[in-house]
Design a protein around this ligand. Structure first.
Ligand code: PLP
Length: 463
């Protein structure tokens, strides 16, 4: 039985026309984009599920708030409105705006991380992983083993393994500037982290004298999952759970283009003045003065409203059900998806979808190409192309455990009929999967580690 999505808790006030490009146009677009989904133009895409980052629709309250934007370089009212919203919704005293999530990562990593350091994570997101390497540090991935088992229905597959974390902290004494937990775990399938797990991780970090950071792009979805899956939290509101989640952490970096419902924005928030003063000079260096961080006053206002809207339970219930609806339609058609269906996206197991394509020929990205070719739907491969590495000792390529293809659902943007079209398109590809007899190879690779999938030029190679 497929989930019944509750009716939309909004009505549509403005439309953005989209059209289906014909198959010639799609072929030309693939060639021009070097078979990389990041190389396609938006106008060549019908349903764009490349990312849920900055692609949602703002509310009329957010648009109205933008008119109240106070454009002062230092000390704008808009900054204080944002600071107040962060205090109210997340509980942190200190807020540093940035232009997006990776900018928040940049100021944190450049202020606190030095070469040779180790950062324990459940799993780092791709830009976060890029920043770890860019600082000369390495990530220590400590997610629970269940995260790598596609069919395992564990309710909190984003959890960090407390023993692995304890060991990483003990083995790297003096070299761990902070622990970072991603909620929900984007790279692992949009899977939530339980409040119990966050509390345990927080206690272990404290025992080792190391602060806990949350990469909190999808903190509201995570709180919704906690409410629905963690017995002790059933009677709490999502807003209360979110506060309790934040109470486990010393600081957060947030891509506000996700749950906080803005098209551009990010922030760092922390508890102590000491940490604030460590981080804030880097914002001035890279982003702008401490009270605007690369954003206009109007952006700060829209974000303050978005932070309050993101915990609306009708919004979250509708959103998460819509994502699940797409996942269930795909499963009904036989398409192997990561279980349970995540909060912001459906993750297809591309390795299982195209088992005859070796991981070194990027099956997740072949799947991206074929789904685009079939119906002008854009998702993104998150497999070897994004996460492969080279073993320093043997010089051999090492591959990630999961070869995934992600369909990220934009907030308040697409209807359920769009979801049905996407599912139909992908099921059609699934039916002809055995006739897909090629892989992709690199023609161009950028010189910066961790950036390959964004910028790669690829070309098909017959199996
Ligand atoms: C999107 C994202 C980021 C980076 O944020 P941007 O706003 O895209 O720069 C960091 N971490 C996670 C978990 C994300 O999903």
């Amino acid at each position: 039985m497929v989930t019944r999505v509750p009716p939309e808790p909004f009505r549509i006030k403005m439309v953005e026309p989209v059209r289906v490009p014909d198959s010639d146009q799609r072929e030309r677009a693939l060639e021009a984009g070097h078979f990389n989904m990041f190389g396609l133009r938006g106008a060549d895409v019908y349903i764009d599920l490349l990312t849920d980052s900055g692609t949602g629709a703002m509310s009329k309250q957010q648009w109205a708030a933008m008119m109240m934007g106070d454009e002062a370089y230092a000390g704008a009212d808009s900054f204080f409105n944002l600071k107040k919203a962060v205090k109210e919704v997340l509980g942190f005293d200190h807020t540093i705006p940035t232009h997006q999530g990776r900018a928040a990562e940049n100021v944190v990593f450049s202020a606190l991380v030095k070469p040779g350091d180790v950062i324990p994570f459940n799993m780092p997101f791709d830009t976060t992983r890029g920043h770890v390497f860019n600082s000369g540090a390495v990530p220590a991935e400590c997610v629970i083993d269940e995260a790598f088992d596609r069919a395992n229905p564990h309710p909190f597959k984003g959890n960090i393994d407390i023993q692995k974390l304890d060991k990483a902290l003990a083995d790297n004494k003096g070299r761990v500037p902070f622990v970072m937990i991603t909620i929900t775990n984007n790279s692992g399938g949009g899977q939530p982290v339980s409040l119990k797990n966050l509390r345990e991780a927080s206690a272990v970090a404290k025992k080792h004298g190391v602060p806990l950071f949350l990469d909190a792009a999808r903190m509201a979805e995570n709180a919704w999952f906690i409410k629905n899956r963690e017995e002790e939290c059933r009677n709490m509101s999502v807003a209360e759970i979110l506060k309790a989640t934040m109470d486990t952490a010393d600081a957060v970096t947030v891509s506000c283009k996700k749950d906080p419902l803005v098209n551009m924005g990010g922030l760092v928030a922390c508890r102590t003045e000491e940490m604030y003063f460590k981080i804030v000079p880097k914002v001035i260096l890279y982003e702008g003065f401490a009270t605007y961080g690369g954003l206009a006053g109007r952006d700060l206002e829209a974000l303050a409203v978005g932070l309050r809207e993101m915990v609306d339970e009708q919004h979250l219930t509708h959103r998460i059900a819509q994502v699940r609806y797409l996942g269930e339609l795909l499963e009904e058609g036989g398409v192997p998806c990561i279980q349970p269906i995540g909060g912001h996206a459906v993750f297809i197991d591309a390795g299982a979808f195209l088992p005859h394509i070796p991981q070194g020929l990027y099956p997740a990205d072949v799947l991206s190409v074929e789904i685009y070719r079939e119906g002008a739907v854009r998702g993104i491969g998150l497999g070897a192309l994004a996460f492969e590495d080279v073993d320093e000792k043997t010089g051999e390529r090492t591959f990630p455990k999961l070869e995934l293809y992600r369909l990220a659902i934009n907030r308040r943007t697409y209807t359920n009929s769009h979801m049905e079209y996407v599912a139909e398109t992908i099921v059609n590809v699934f039916k002809r999967r055995e006739s897909i007899r090629y892989g992709l190879e690199l023609v161009y690779e950028p010189p910066v580690k961790g950036m390959k999938h964004f910028l790669a030029h690829l070309k098909p190679r017959d199996l």
